[in-house]
Design a protein around this ligand. Sequence first.
Ligand code: CIZ
Length: 338
Amino acid sequence: MGIKNQDISAEDLIKQINSLKQKREAVILAHNYQPPEIQDLADYTGDSLELSIIAAKTEAKVIVFCGVRFMGETAAILSPEKTVLLPVLEAGCTLADYATAEQVREMKKKHPNAIVVTYVNSSAEVKAESDICCTSANAIDIVRTIDLSRPIIFVSDYNLGHYAAKITKREIILWDGCCPTHALLSTFAVQRARKKWPGAQVIMHPECKPDVLELADFVGSTSGMLRYAKQQPAGASLIVGTEIGLLHRLQKENPDKTFYPASDYLICPMMKMTTLKNVKDSLEKMQYVVTVPENIAMRARAAVNAMLNYKGTPKKSTPPSPPAEKAKGETEISIGVE
Ligand code: CIZ
């Protein structure tokens, strides 16, 4: 049986997936970091938040979330009535593993007046301990909405928290965690890439280290980088400082531009676990169902919804407040995170 399956061509697997998808009334979502063939197969490609919103809105009964566990959990939290499947059981997230609910409770005890802002790259249990979630796309806006009298604990990406503190000029209590893939990008690699491709702009994800981010022409989430790339003139070339999977979509959507990886090491092993066969098996065997106990989901949902409800918070295009009304510590700097 195993040998037989290995012999199935990609074309046949895709046919089987499409017929199973109809049978199960399913939709396939793929994160921007997934392997190219999974992105091409998916009904929707996007960042974790975009995909979870699609998951919540879809009429489909089954959601196959090609990504990592916390993404499937976020979809399950927002859509408890749907079946969310993660094709690879082991696809976790090292960054999410940097924080446990217990550690967050300890931190809250130390800073009882603090607001806990938690990056969506976290477990459902950690989200449940948080006041509000954020993504790399909205971290700055979310931090700006927090009352200036309240300290902020930022869980769990140190680099994103550091970047948000720098841009908003807020003091933030940072967490000792990082994405090992983004943390691999060094100033040396970026300088070398610039020398190799002179004239190319450097775009980077805010999960990269602070000294490395200093070298970027643009800092943004994957959705921010996709928008930024679209805005560049035909013929432009860009060096991309994020997980290599994004290059597939960047190149597909911008055939008139050239994209180079800032380093060949920017590969998330968890994101690269998904294969066409996993997706087929997932639909065939209805595995692996992502469930979040309702007592946790309820509290985690409140933190995710608090973020979703902040859609209308000051954005780049909002004119800055007049100086007299501008709160202490606020900044007008609005470059960067999209
Ligand atoms: O939130 C996401 O989807 C991640 C992990 C990165 C990004 O910037 O899209």
